[in-house]
Design a protein around this ligand. Sequence first.
Ligand SMILES: NC(=O)c1ccc[n+]([C@@H]2O[C@H](COP(=O)([O-])OP(=O)(O)OC[C@H]3O[C@@H](n4cnc5c(N)ncnc54)[C@H](OP(=O)(O)O)[C@@H]3O)[C@@H](O)[C@H]2O)c1
Length: 313
Amino acid sequence: MIWDPRDIPDQSGRTVVVTGPTVGGLGYHTALELARNGARVVLAGRNKEKRKQAAAAISEELPAAQVETLPLDLARMESVRHAASAARDLGPIHLLVNNAGVMGTPLRRTVDGLELQMQTNHFAPFLLTGLLLPQLVESGEGRVVTVSSLFHRYAGHQPVDDPREAEGRYHPWRVYGRSKLANLHFTSELERRLSARGLPVKALAAHPGFAGTHLAVNGQYGVAGSGADLGSAQARRLDRMIGLVSQSAAAGARPTLMAATADLDGDTFVGPTNFLQMQGPPKVVGRSRLARDRSAGQRLWEISEGVVGMSYP
Ligand SMILES: NC(=O)c1ccc[n+]([C@@H]2O[C@H](COP(=O)([O-])OP(=O)(O)OC[C@H]3O[C@@H](n4cnc5c(N)ncnc54)[C@H](OP(=O)(O)O)[C@@H]3O)[C@@H](O)[C@H]2O)c1
């Protein structure tokens, strides 16, 4: 049976937190569809104007929607901790969607001394999820969905280097691949730990195939000091070209929505059906050999706890 957004069950009474909700991206469409089905949605993003714009766009389409915003900059661990303390007022959280991410950025270290892609895509969501876990547990039926990528197959090797140490040669796409492989290890290991402790939270992952968002342009032109800007002709050309050859952002959000709401086991990975999983309706998909290596997942977990200075239960 083909999954469709009309299969999303009633979300009334549920609180969902979606990171990276900028209009035009996958997070926005994820939040929009969850709000359409009655969820209270919390839009967690780093830019105040963009958060407001996303909230206004959802409210315009769905005047009865319950929409809130939460400041969150994953490139600063201090901001992640602030966001988690502010989120305590939300009460029980039924769903956390770790969607925000960057791709293929030039070599940058964050204020925390970590490479930008690994921090934004893996280490900061690792910390955020751990800090929100008590509220996910409190909901009695929590779920964590982390947005990975087909690029996890392009990692080259396991993401188990010490991220505080400088890499040899920096290869932005391999590092992106490793951050997305880290998303799958995180999901598998989190699911194992949750079920071993009998906690009422599931961890799943999704990937959107290839979707026409601003991810590529943001990665190439949106990073301070990268020598170009988002409004440049080059950036606009790249954005247009991606729009032409990819599926829509709304379609790209469907695997996330299926992972978030369908009756699936923990550690399920959902991606598009057609054309080498680049597009089409979502289904349960497989993952690379590296992603199935449990010992690497455990090693990454230990490294991550050390890096963020937090232990999960
Ligand atoms: N589009 C695809 O084909 C594709 C394929 C595979 C996987 N993915 C994954 O899908 C997810 C969503 O990407 P997208 O395609 O929707 O790209 P996007 O349009 O660029 O959206 C990315 C979102 O992440 C946010 N973000 C980036 N850095 C952040 C930080 N430091 N703190 C908080 N938020 C931050 C962005 O905020 P700003 O707007 O403020 O920059 C934006 O809201 C990513 O995890 C990406 O790896 C996408």
